[in-house]
Design a protein around this ligand. Sequence first.
Ligand SMILES: [Fe+2]
Length: 389
Amino acid sequence: MTKKIVGNWSFPTSVRFGPGRISELPDACKATGMKKPLLITDEGLKDLPMVRDAIAANEAAGIPTGLFAGVKGNPTGKNVDDGLAVYRAGDHDGVIAFGGGSGLDAAKAVALMAGQTRPMWDFEDIGDWWTRADPDGIAPIIAVPTTSGTGSEVGRASVITKEDTHEKKIIFHPKMLPAIVISDPELTVGLPAHVTAATGIDAFVHCFEAYCAPGYHPMAEGVALEGMRLIAEALPRAYDNGSDIEARADMLAAASMGATAFQKGLGGVHALAHPVGAIFDTHHGLTNAILLPYVMQANRRAIEEKCEVVCRLLDLASPGFDTLFEWVMAFRSRLGVVNTLAEIGVDVDRADEVAVKAKGDPSDGGNPIELSVADYTAIFRRACVGDLG
Ligand SMILES: [Fe+2]
């Protein structure tokens, strides 16, 4: 019997999941009270039929919909400012966040900023800074993911690069959680295999780092474990055959699960991937995919037991750190991921700068052991040259 891959979920927000459900976009706009939304998406998506069709469906339903497609990979403060200008000039009343991690994050930031008077950097995810925002000035958001990695569609934050300091800042507000998510796996079938791999491993790293982060959160750990199981099974299938809609559905669900789980914390992989991405403009998922085994080695003494559990879940013989490490290495190469940061244009000479920024990154706090600046320098250097001991 074919697996049923349609469902309506209310955790962690309202999710309409299943093939073809993008047709419900006009209804979702009505449900959230949007009469004149702005669809915000990645630069590379603006001419694709899925974007044009979504806007046309809204127009046909009497919901005039604007388009802003000026979001680059690793979106910047300027991308958000540009989107905000279009939002205000068009007198819009809601945001349709449509795309991969960059498009979703920039769109959510525009929605946050719609009615604020303070600069966006005042809402960085530090302490209670989010309370500085006027909640009535935040526009409603409908999220439509087109990749399976970021999970930003179910998250309350955006990662935006601050241009003057080359830092990725996490901008946070509880009302940045989209009111409705439309998760339609058919929108992800056109993703090239290498993007499927990189974004899919990002989702795996979200689950793995959340599972290994310290702290008591069995709910997040349960979600993380099932996310890893789904990815291990579905990502190779989606990579080999982009039209395998069941595999695409499992990956889309797992991506949302990773982002749901990482409210428990992330760790050293993300702490390093953020400055590497901000300085060298590398793809976030690919950067994580390369870094994962190097950070696992550094964390070894703290994650032995967790690795055993993951091995049992993945049905691997001889559960333990070494077995999971070997599995990660094989999984990565099976998906065509290179082994060093040097191969994606990262320069080892900036190790000290990367390490200082990694130590200051919010994800550092979730790492299972304390990593010093010197530790980050060493991990980064090994990842640049491929030194796995
Ligand atoms: Fe990530």
